[in-house]
Every structure is written in C-alpha cells, then in structure tokens.
Design a protein around this ligand. Structure first.
Ligand SMILES: Nc1ncnc2c1ncn2[C@@H]1O[C@H](COP(=O)(O)OP(=O)(O)OP(=O)(O)O)[C@@H](O)[C@H]1O
Ligand SMILES: [Mg+2]
Length: 263
C-alpha cells in the first residue's frame, strides 16, 4: 500500500484559521475524489465539534489520548475513526487536555502520532492534521509525524514573529529528530481590504519565494459552513473562496503525485 500524504496544518498563533483551512482543504480533496482522514489534534476539539462530533469529544476511553500514550491501544486506532460526509475523522477528546505532560514523560513522546498513523489499517490518500494553538508535544508530534506543513497566517504584522518562531521550532525538530519538515505553502487567511493586509501579502510573497502563498479573504460563508458542520464545498460551492481551497488541493495532488479522480 502507498503511504498516505500527511500534512500538518500548523501555526501556534491562535485563531488564524488552522481549523477552517484544514476542513476546507479536506472538503476540496474529497470533491476531487480523494479519501481524506482528518486528525483533530487540538485538545480544544473545535474541529471535532465543528464537524458535528460533539459526542466523540465527550466519549469514554479509548480515544486519541490513549492511542498517543499507550502503544497497545495504538493498534486499535481504526476503531476510533468516525465518518463524516466528506471525510473520515480521528476526533479529539476532552482527555487530550491532559496529554502534554503524559507525552513529556513518555518514551519518544514526540514521535507518537506518526506511529498511530502507521498503525491505521484503513487506507487514505491524504491525512490532514489540525494542530493546537501552541508549540508543545502535540504540535511536535504533528510536524514530525507528517513531515509536511501547511501554514495558515493572518495578513497582519504579528504573523511575522509567529512564523519566525514556527520555523525556529521546525529547524530544531529537523536537527534533533534527523528528519525533514517540508513547507508546502502559506495560506494568508481572513484577508480584508486594508493597507496592512496589502503590505503583509507583499511580505508573504517576498518571504516565501519557493512555495505558494494563497489568499483566503474574509467570508461569512466560511463561518457559516463551519457552523453547519461541513466545508464550503458542501455548504456553498459558489462562494468565491472555494476556488482557493481547490487550488491548495491541486497543489497537494501535485506535490504528492495524487491522481484527480473526479472533475
Ligand atoms: N476566511 C475567513 N473568513 C471569515 N471567518 C473566518 C475565516 N477564517 C477563519 N474564520 C473564523 O475565525 C475564527 C477562527 O478560525 P479557526 O478556528 O479556523 O482558527 P484556528 O487557528 O483553528 O483557531 P485556534 O488557534 O483556536 O485553533 C472562526 O470563528 C472562523 O470561523
Ligand atoms: Mg483550530
């Protein structure tokens, strides 16, 4: 079996659109005929609840927490996967709020997610990992376990420092774990028509010359799609931003040699 493409959607800055980008890229990939697994690695469980899986967030063990902390339970990870109309989901759970110290104590505690994903029997084309809004063991697990990162960032000057800190962390992980974490691109998100946004878009273009910089504008339809528990492709495929997420999906197809299945 060919290994699924794995992508961490990460930026330790809060509220920049990680979950929104992850859900809509998942929707775009699904629309293109790919099997997607969405991993909600955020203890807040926003994606899990947003995708209408509140019960999973409250579910009794074993959950993702146990799969990350117990190598025997890890083998049962397929049983933790639930289905959504557009994707499969490995949900977050309330127990994830206490996973950080457990992973600090655990042997190879920052390589656990990769092993959990290796243990999956189900086959996927793409695995998207929605990261929490801080750097810590969970984000390290996502970056190491995926080996690829897609970075949502607001078109605000504070994003510069956030990206600097993220790339410093990636550099440390690459050195410490003798691995590569490839930057697949930046999604400038919630862009409005302001001078600051224009300046930041230019800054992104200059700072990221080797990878695409996509521009997702502020759209109420994206918030409504989230509230409706689905991507923009299910909610309102006519929204102009659907094309941007479709571009991201097309780039992932190119990077990972995925064949588009439907038109
Ligand atoms: N392009 C957009 N247009 C309008 N609203 C947006 C857009 N992107 C995100 N939002 C809204 O902004 C809020 C934060 O987005 P989201 O939850 O995706 O960010 P996040 O980075 O995952 O947050 P956290 O750091 O808490 O995990 C949400 O209410 C979401 O609906
Ligand atoms: Mg989020």
């Amino acid at each position: 079996m060919t290994k699924a493409a794995r992508v961490a959607i990460s930026n330790q800055k809060g509220g920049v659109g990680k979950t929104t980008v992850a859900i809509n890229v998942a929707g775009a990939l699904n629309r293109r005929g790919h099997d997607v697994l969405f991993v909600d690695l955020d203890p807040q469980g926003n994606a899990t609840e947003g995708l209408g899986l509140e019960d999973e967030y409250e579910a009794e063990p074993p959950t993702l927490f146990d799969a990350l902390t117990d190598h025997e339970i890890r083998e049962d990870v397929d049983a933790m996967v639930v289905t959504h109309k557009e994707m499969d989901v490995l949900p977050s759970n309330i127990d994830m709020t206490s996973v950080e110290p457990e992973l600090t104590m655990a042997m190879r505690g920052r390589e656990r997610l990769g092993k959990v994903l290796d243990a999956l029997d189900a086959e996927y084309d793409v695995i998207l990992i929605d990261c929490p809004p801080y750097l810590g063991n969970l984000t390290d697990n996502a970056l190491i376990g995926a080996g690829n990162v897609l970075i949502p960032a607001l078109a605000e000057s504070t994003s510069k420092r956030a990206l600097e800190i993220l790339f410093d962390q990636i550099e440390v992980l690459e050195a410490e774990f003798d691995t590569q974490v490839r930057d697949l691109g930046v999604v400038a998100n919630r862009v409005e028509t302001t001078n600051e946004a224009d300046q930041m878009l230019s800054w992104f273009e200059n700072a990221f010359t080797d990878v695409p910089v996509w521009e997702v504008r502020k759209r109420v339809a994206l918030q409504r799609a989230f509230s409706a528990g689905c991507s923009i492709f299910e909610f309102d495929a006519d929204c102009d931003m659907a094309a941007v997420f479709d571009d991201v999906a097309a780039e992932l197809e190119r990077q990972f040699n995925l064949k588009e299945v439907t038109v």
